[in-house]
Design a protein around this ligand. Sequence first.
Ligand code: NAG
Ligand code: NAG
Ligand code: NAG
Ligand code: NAG
Length: 580
Amino acid sequence: MVIIGSFHTTMLFVFQLLYSLFIISYSMTNSMNLSSSPIIITKKTEDNPLPIQTLFKLPSPIPNWPPGEGFASGTIDLGGLELCQITSFTQIWATHEGGPEGLGATFFEPSSIPEGFFTLGFYGQPNNSPLFGSVVAAKDVVGEALRPPIDYTLVWSSESSKINQDGNAYIWLPIPPDGYKAVGHVITSSPDKPSPDKIRCVRSDFTDVCETDAFIWGEDANGLSFYGLRPTNRGIGALGLSAGTFVAHNGVNNTMPITCLKNVNGNLTSMPNLSQIQALVQAYSPVIYFHPDEQYLPSSVSWFFQNGALLYTKGDESNPVAIEPTGSNLPQGGSNDGAYWIDLPVDQAAKEQVKKGDLQDAGVYLHVKPVLGTTFTDIAMWVFCPFNGPSKAKVGIINVSLGKIGEHVGDWEHVTLRISNFNGELKSVYFSQHGAGVWVDAPNLEFQSGNKLVAYAALHSHAMSPKAGVVLQGNGGIGIKMETGKGKMVFDTGSKYLVVGAEYLGSEVVELPWLNYAREWGPKLDYSIDGELKKVEKLIPGFLKAKFEKIVRGLPREVLGEEGPTGPEMKNNWNGDENV
Ligand SMILES: *[C@@H]1O[C@H](CO)[C@@H](O)[C@H](O)[C@H]1NC(C)=O
Ligand SMILES: *[C@@H]1O[C@H](CO)[C@@H](O)[C@H](O)[C@H]1NC(C)=O
Ligand SMILES: *[C@@H]1O[C@H](CO)[C@@H](O)[C@H](O)[C@H]1NC(C)=O
Ligand SMILES: *[C@@H]1O[C@H](CO)[C@@H](O)[C@H](O)[C@H]1NC(C)=O
């Protein structure tokens, strides 16, 4: 267990080191500075500039991180293939229709490549968000890790397309020499085949299997479409990473012509050490807003235990026991076999008190993980609420309270910050929502006080959301309401947090006993869904009853709240990728 406090003394202590780091990072940003690079902005259409015409920057500059090993040093070594991040681009082609929101997409050639590094592929992005991507360029350290393509195949051209476009596009697939693979396409504005020197192919042992990620653009359902890429094997310690390039892919052919990269030695030196984790949390820690009507707030786990939570044993239900502050008397390991569960205190007054949580005392629990070939750090921030309140539904224009449906004891939600290990920049954030969730890229996040992330916890369910408002989970105007809003109840996660898991740091982080408790944090439901539905349906117009019931019964178990949840370490995303 590591309690994080002030880091100013460390900052002073390492001033000299910081200074030399500053010199390095200064020269790096200077050579890769976007404002000084030949960016050609997409042609303006009518009076409305496209979102992509703005270059995204976090509200505040990225701070100088405290010194460590390889974190935020600008380059990452994959075991003989050294990478740097390129965010400087020259526009090659744009179309103003199709793609996300029908705004088209723009394709770029990476520019300002540092001495000794080579482009691996070009970059493409939908026009509906500010320009914010990056690709990697590579330097051959072992020798023989990179080779120019032997030729190119023209895979698509926009010549005969009747689309609204700036010039024509020709998309080329590099043909790699034997034993090498292409990790990106080249795109040109003339039909002439590009020079083999435009790009490098990568030796097969530095590549990994990949799949399509977000849709960028496509002409029609039957033609070729452009997608981002992500490695097929993801999660903690997985070695694959995308080069940031795109793939032109015909959905019918499952053979992916472009591959991902692989961190061959799984080198962890690019990961932040504890001082750097602390600085990252100070820079980005979410400010979580609870709904103005919320009655069930978070607490620390030890507060929950010390205020009367009880451990029940199957077959001995009449003898629940109090739980030690660290959970040291909870059964360790095993599986979620229903042999034990946690419940609120028996005494009615104590029960109501514990359900409300204690915002002042609440903290977040951090799990820090190397992902995407250790080119990124995921910081999963877990929030515990003693009680998840009942759900509310919307049927047409009618608001319906769902009785006890959705209620359960013990609620674990999280947000995950994905941070680049090249420079410590926040790239995207995952918001957990009832066992599922969404990734949101930095340009679409809300920030306050510099680069601190704003997150909203939904009324009663505490599902995390990047926006305030009402989202309906269902269809046809009928569904469960996820309501978020900026109330006065605010949880500043940066003020109280605890690193509870960072396997790569070895014995520096000691796991708390409650993390290793495999059973449920609440009892199985003590009400009947049928009974609750009957009560609720009395309020719903007859012709909508069947549809309403179908939607409620089709909800995931986490939303219905039929049983208490398991703890963070028992969830698939503790070791795996987030559930998307
Ligand atoms: C992080 O690394 C730096 C440089 O090696 C070192 O001075 C600092 O003490 C480390 N911090 C921790 C918490 O290990
Ligand atoms: C990890 O990479 C760094 C930087 O290239 C290198 O100095 C170090 O030897 C590597 N460590 C291992 C275990 O390969
Ligand atoms: C699928 O793609 C691969 C690589 O691009 C190619 O060799 C193969 O011929 C394609 N197969 C079909 C059925 O189009
Ligand atoms: C239903 O609830 C919403 C808040 O989610 C509120 O704005 C609206 O006025 C309510 N509608 C009715 C008919 O009460």
